[in-house]
Design a protein around this ligand. Structure first.
Ligand code: LR7
Ligand code: MN
Length: 576
């Protein structure tokens, strides 16, 4: 069939290189990567093995330098691979399959060398001789995967091998979390025969990434563990600045800056070292990014110096193995995905460590818009993990998360050993953590009112409803039948008159009523709520928040005490 000949399936990836040469006889030498995005030409007609323009190239198999082989190279220097719009039906099918199986463009990845080059715009500060200690400890790099694309997994591995000082890598431990993609079975062993540092560990059943990471740690022999997701690319000099921090202080947990590898073109976007972000979280216990607070900026002379971060994203970090064990590693009751990053972040800070983002260290990661793999049926895994996290580490503040999930905790398993651990380690309180490490976070208990905000007009069944995602900032805030499940209908009225959803605020600048990052200076984000009249009068416009008769749009009108459609009822109002 045409498809199989056009593009070798992953099962063939360990085939001998002769096949590769036969398919692409050398012709005209090495092609240079143009500065503009590469347009991959589609193959016309049948699966003829012509070479040159118009031929859709075959995926790379790695282990060889494609450029030296005279093959056309794609995505070098982190450039994007852009597929043409007019793909043949057969190719389109392959592209679609790649997206479906991975939630990124596997087809584009397969065209890129496993050893592709990346830009290195590190700050000069990072490269100063003597910046890092001479005797850095070795590390075991642990990469867990469940059904990762071959080219993406192997590019992760080669970027580690190609861009780390050899003597610092004790081993790369690949933990297969019970994948069923055929290329991840025997081919991986065969491939790694040429790379003695690669060790393969396989789970006998699906463990989820948390227990898979713990499996990896058990096999690790180096004093430092470095975890990476299975779709990463390490840049030049990524490792030394991480190990240096741990060598100087073993209780420092370090994260690289996470650059973005585009899910569609595999373009590598370097994040400016001068403008790093630090990690936070909201009361749904979702991780988020923030600018470096002023107080933290003042601690530094140079923006490339490591910065303290309240939380980590989770997938990319290095930690002293003994310190990790002292902290009780991860809660092995966490299943599949999620929450473990906050668990490790909270206890690092609360139990005597420091969490840093190291701007001199850059690693790319493919950010996906959905999870491509199966989770578990019949249980909300993330919620269960988050409840374990809240129960063990968040003290009284756990209630703010529970409010968000309708106070329905369900069965979250046994957590006594994790509570014992916290007691044994004599860790500080969550209150201490919030006050000292994450003072920027808005505490719902400081709100004057919270919960649903119900409109009393038109049958009083309509509630203020938020656009669901972060990316919906700037979009109009909405209306929806009240559902009493919190979520997008959970709002907080702050002491200074903001109507907040965590870090976003209801904002009116004369057009639509939108959600906008809270700025704390009133103006367009100031709402005066009169508990008796139930009006929400806006600061700068002096108008009142109201709704249209079809109950699907927020409006701003002249205030009128007689109109139920201008009346709003907060679910919880703390009149003090
Ligand atoms: O059952 C599973 N078994 C696994 O081995 C599910 C996943 N995995 C592997 C998977 O193949 C991948 O290598 O675990 C890794 C993480 O899974 P992803 O890539 O689907 O997760 P993510 O990148 O969307 O999620 C982020 O949050 C997770 C919460 O549990 C983990 O901490 C991820 O490591 C983390 N990724 C990052 O921090 C990269 C930057 C993302 C941001 C912000
Ligand atoms: Mn990931």
């Amino acid at each position: 069939p045409i498809a199989a000949a056009q593009r070798r399936l992953p099962e063939d990836l360990d085939a001998d290189n002769r096949l590769l040469d036969d398919e692409f006889p050398l012709e005209g030498g090495v092609e240079q990567q143009p500065a503009a995005p590469v347009i991959v030409q589609q193959q016309a007609g049948a699966a003829g093995l012509q070479n040159g323009e118009g031929v859709l190239p075959q995926p790379n198999r790695g282990g060889v330098n494609d450029e030296e082989r005279g093959r056309k190279v794609y995505g070098e220097m982190g450039k994007p691979v852009v597929l043409p719009a007019n793909l043949t039906a057969d190719v389109k099918k392959l592209v679609d399959e790649g997206w479906k199986n991975n939630a990124f463009n596997q087809y584009a990845s397969d065209l890129i060398s496993l050893h592709r080059t990346l830009p290195d715009p590190r700050d000069e500060w990072c490269k100063k001789p003597g910046r890092y200690l001479d005797n850095l400890p070795q590390t075991s790099v642990i990469v867990c995967f469940h059904n990762e694309a071959w080219s993406v997994l192997l590019r992760t591995v080669h970027s580690i091998l190609d861009r780390s000082p050899e003597h610092l890598i004790r081993e790369i431990i690949l933990v297969d979390d019970f994948s069923d993609m055929p290329h991840l079975k025997t081919q991986l062993e065969e491939y790694s025969e040429n790379y003695p540092k690669i060790k393969i560990v396989r789970a006998k059943k699906r463990e989820g990434l948390i227990r898979a990471r713990l499996m990896g740690a058990r096999y690790a022999s180096a004093p430092v563990l470095t975890y990476l997701d299975s779709h990463c690319e390490c840049t030049e000099g990524w490792l030394e600045p991480l190990l240096d921090r741990i060598a100087r202080e073993a209780s420092t947990v370090v994260c690289p800056v996470i650059d973005v590898i585009d899910d569609s073109t595999l373009e590598f976007h370097y994040r400016d070292a001068g403008g790093v972000n630090v990690g936070g979280f909201d009361w749904n216990l979702q991780f988020n990014w923030h600018v470096v607070p002023d107080k933290e900026k003042k601690r530094h002379k140079n923006a490339a110096e490591p910065v303290w971060s309240p939380t980590m994203a989770g997938g990319l970090f290095a930690i002293d193995k003994k310190f990790f064990e002292r902290l009780g590693t991860y809660d092995s009751g966490f299943d599949i995905w999620g929450g473990e990053n906050l668990e490790l972040s909270f206890k690092t800070w609360m139990c005597g460590g420091t969490l840093e983002i190291v701007p001199c260290s850059h690693v790319g990661h493919i950010f996906r818009k959905r999870s491509p793999y199966k989770w578990r049926t019949g249980v909300n895994v993330l919620k269960k993990n988050s409840i374990r996290l809240a129960e063990v580490w968040m003290d009284d503040y756990a209630k703010y998360y529970y409010e968000r999930i309708g106070n329905d905790l369900g069965d979250y398993g046994d957590i006594t050993s994790r509570k014992d651990l916290r007691r044994k380690l004599k860790c500080k309180s969550f209150k201490w953590y919030l006050e000292n490490i994450y003072p920027e976070l808005f505490i719902p208990g400081d709100a004057v009112a919270s919960g649903e905000v119900r409109n009393l007009g038109y049958g009083n069944k309509t509630c203020l409803d938020s656009p669901a995602r972060k990316t919906d900032l700037n979009k109009p805030a909405g209306l929806y039948p009240c559902h009493k499940m919190g979520g997008n209908q959970y709002w907080m009225l702050s002491k200074i008159g903001e109507i907040r959803r965590d870090e976003s605020c209801l904002d009116y600048a004369g057009n639509d009523v939108i959600l906008y990052p809270c700025h704390g200076s009133k103006g367009n984000q100031y709402w005066n709520y009169d508990h008796k009249t139930k009006q929400l009068r806006h600061g700068s416009s002096r108008k009142c928040l109201t709704i249209n008769s079809s109950k699907d749009k927020l409006l701003m009108e002249e205030c009128d005490l007689m109109l139920p459609k201008q009346m709003w009822q907060f679910e919880n109002f703390n009149a003090t």
